[in-house]
Design a protein around this ligand. Structure first.
Ligand SMILES: [Zn+2]
Length: 228
C-alpha cells in the first residue's frame, strides 16, 4: 500500500491519496500506463509524491509514443539516494525509462517525449546511453542555471517543500509533518538546521541552504527520525 501526495501547481494545492495498492494507476495518469509500482521503481518508501503537471506530461508522452514504456526508475527519497543532489527524481517529477530495450527504441521514446513539449527537460541521449530521462521541473533554480530546486520561503507549498522537509527530518530536525506545506514547524526546523551548519538562520531555503541540506541528507539511508 502507498500514500500518494499530488501537488497541483495550477491550484497550488496538494491532494492526498492515502491508500493505493501497488497495482493501482498513479493518480492523474492515463489508463493503466503507469502503476504505483512502476512509479516507485526501487524506492521502498510508503509515501510517494508527484505533480499533476508531471502526470500530464507522462500522459502526452505515452499517447504520442502509442505503446507501453518500461519505467526503470521514477520516484526516490533523497535519503535513499541514487541520483545527484539536485535531482528531480526526489521531487517525483522525473522518469528514467527504456532500460530493457534497444537504442533505436529509446530514440523513439526520446523523440516522443521531446515532441510533446510538456517536459521541462529531456536529457540528451548522449548523456544517458542506456536509458531515457525526462522531468517536469518547476520554478527557478535557487543556485541559478537550469537544474536544482527553487528558493523556498514560509508559506510555500509543493514537492520541493517535501524534499526539504524530508531532508530535515532525516537529519533529526523535525518538521512534525511531511505534507509539502512550509508552515511554522518546518520554519523552526529549517532555522535550527541553518544554525547548526553556520548559515544565518533566516528561514529561507536558498542556494547555500539547499547545498548544505541536500549534501547532508543524500543517500544516508532511512534514519530513526524520517517521517512517512
Ligand atoms: Zn533520471
Amino acid at each position: 500500500m502507498a500514500k500518494i501526495l499530488v501537488y497541483d501547481p495550477y491550484a497550488n494545492k496538494i491532494y492526498t491519496y492515502p491508500n493505493l495498492s501497488e497495482s493501482d494507476p498513479m493518480p492523474y495518469s492515463y489508463g493503466t500506463t503507469l502503476r504505483v509500482r512502476e512509479f516507485r521503481g526501487s524506492s521502498s518508501s510508503p509515501t510517494l509524491w508527484t505533480t499533476t503537471a508531471a502526470m500530464e506530461a507522462w500522459n502526452l508522452t505515452r499517447r504520442k509514443y502509442g505503446k507501453g514504456i518500461y519505467v526503470g526508475y521514477a520516484f526516490k527519497r533523497i535519503w535513499e539516494g541514487g541520483h545527484s543532489a539536485t535531482s528531480q527524481h526526489y521531487a517525483g517529477v522525473a522518469f528514467d525509462v527504456g532500460q530493457n530495450t534497444t537504442a533505436a527504441v529509446r530514440k523513439q521514446i526520446w523523440q516522443a517525449a521531446k515532441d510533446t513539449g510538456a517536459w521541462g527537460y529531456v536529457e540528451p541521449l548522449s548523456m544517458t546511453p542506456t536509458w531515457v530521462h525526462f522531468d517536469r521541473r518547476l520554478g527557478t533554480p535557487a543556485c541559478g542555471g537550469s537544474s536544482g530546486y527553487p528558493t523556498l520561503r514560509s508559506g510555500a507549498t509543493g514537492v520541493y517543500v517535501l524534499i526539504m522537509q524530508d531532508a530535515l527530518n532525516a537529519l533529526g530536525y523535525s518538521t512534525r509533518t511531511l505534507d509539502g506545506k512550509f508552515g511554522p514547524n518546518t520554519l523552526s526546523a529549517l532555522k535550527a538546521f541553518q544554525c547548526s551548519v553556520g548559515l544565518s538562520a533566516d528561514g529561507v531555503c536558498g542556494c547555500n541552504t539547499w547545498k548544505k541540506l541536500t549534501s547532508a541528507a543524500l543517500g544516508i539511508g532511512r534514519t530513526a527520525t524520517v517521517l512517512n
